[in-house]
Design a protein around this ligand. Structure first.
Ligand code: NAD
Length: 393
């Protein structure tokens, strides 16, 4: 079929298999150009199909020749309808990894469940023995607690008082004003249940108890801090509370297991998760313009190359005062933040194109779903029903 983008708010409900493959290949080329010795060898990536998790998997495989096992929650093609982007990304990743002679298998299901943890452990036992790196890169709006069966939903809200700021209406390409009411205590607690560190700890406990976590292994989960203008809805909001809990979990994991667990604070990039956060897409559009002008623009793959090659497996983790790895360092440079802050009051629907790189934001967003990639013939009929190559191995 001919696949076209069908955008609904901050998601695109279609994805292009060849476009997703082209995007994965672009990331692979960046990782291959940054090959290093001394990296991880057997890697479990939880949340490996899109965004930072996908790039972590690509760097593990193509900079470090690691065997990778990926866990994600994606929609395969059903009744001739295109699959989700993360499904096509994973098909393309596995295909490229197998062609390069690397082990790559994937497990599609709810990472919060006991069943998927058990299936992952069985696969590691059977194929890899142990893993020496666990990347935890889930971004999910809900989680069912496997012990109680209760389902929690996360919200992106300020705490204490309402928050008003400029935001992007991407449907209309307009700058608008949003006001977000503060979260209730229950909403904050539920967001911590979903996006906090509890499930990361459960994974690490399960892996260690099963004997599949190598001695001296490493683990990393991702966080964000960003500029003061987004603090009410991010760092000081419900998601910020969850991220504090991820930091708590890192310390608990390091304490309990023979494993060094870190939180890496990454830069703001366009992903399916970040497009859903109010205010952040407008900030990213301005940030792109400012960082490109300074020559420090990065996407997920460049961030993960720096994280793996210079920090996690480099000479110096360069931890901040509370023990986090910072690859948001270039985003947070005072010159960058001052330049963004100077543009912020001037941004309006009329000045959007001139004062920000909104065009790049839109291109980046479409590319998440495999659209707008060079060398892909979008008028061509494509096969949308693709299996994961590992399903046949
Ligand atoms: P993303 O939406 O691109 O990826 C989320 C991944 O989680 C996908 O692989 C998806 O399949 C998987 N997933 C979601 N629910 C699942 C479930 N129940 N079971 C199994 N897999 C599931 O998100 P992202 O932006 O790459 O975010 C990953 C992490 O990076 C998050 O912790 C996020 O807070 C952090 N982070 C993101 C940014 C950013 O700007 N996007 C910046 C800094 C840190």
């Amino acid at each position: 079929m001919i696949v076209k983008p069908r955008i609904r708010g901050f998601v695109c409900i279609t994805a292009h298999p060849k476009g997703c493959e082209a995007k994965v290949k672009q990331e692979i080329a960046v990782a291959q150009a940054a090959k290093r010795e001394g990296g991880p060898k057997k890697v479990l990536v939880i949340g490996s199909s899109t965004g930072y998790g996908l790039s972590s998997r690509i760097v593990s495989a193509f900079s470090h020749e690691a065997a990778t096992l990926g866990v994600f929650f994606e929609r395969p093609s059903q009744k001739g309808k295109p699959a989700s982007a993360g499904w096509y990304n994973s098909v393309a990743f596995e295909k490229a990894a197998h062609e390069a002679g690397l082990y790559a298998k994937s497990i599609n299901g709810d990472a919060f469940s006991d069943e998927i943890k058990a299936q992952t452990i069985e696969t590691i036992k059977a194929d890899l023995g142990q893993v020496d790196l666990v990347v935890y890169s889930l971004a999910s709006p809900r989680r069912t607690d496997p012990k109680t069966g209760e389902t929690y939903r996360s919200v992106l809200k300020p705490i204490g008082e309402s928050y008003t700021n400029r935001s992007l209406d991407t449907d209309k390409s307009e700058v608008c004003e949003v006001t977000i009411d503060p979260a209730s205590e229950e909403e904050t607690a539920h967001t911590v249940k979903v996006m906090g560190g509890e499930d990361w700890e459960l994974w690490m406990d399960a892996l260690d108890q099963a004997g599949v976590l190598a001695a001296g292994a490493k683990s990393v989960a991702y966080s964000y801090i960003g500029p003061e203008l987004t603090w009410p809805v991010y760092t000081n909001g419900t998601i910020g509370q969850a991220k504090k809990d991820v930091e708590r979990a890192a310390a608990a994991i390091t304490e309990k297991h023979d494993c060094a667990a870190y939180v890496a604070v990454n830069k703001a990039v366009v992903t399916q998760a970040s497009s859903a956060i109010p205010v952040v897409p407008l900030y990213i559009s301005i940030l792109f313009k400012v960082m490109k002008a300074r020559g420090t623009h990065e996407d997920c793959i460049e961030q993960m190359v720096r994280l793996f090659n210079e920090r996690l497996y480099g000479d110096d983790l360069r931890l901040d005062s509370v023990g986090r790895i910072r690859v948001d360092d270039w985003e947070m440079e005072p010159e960058i933040q001052q330049a963004v802050a100077a543009i912020w009051p001037e941004i309006s629907s009329e000045t959007l194109s001139e004062k920000s790189d909104y065009a790049a934001y839109q291109e980046n967003f479409l590319s998440l779903f495999g659209f707008g990639l060079p060398g892909v013939d979008y008028a061509e009929d494509v096969e949308v029903e693709l299996d994961l190559p590992s399903a046949h191995s």
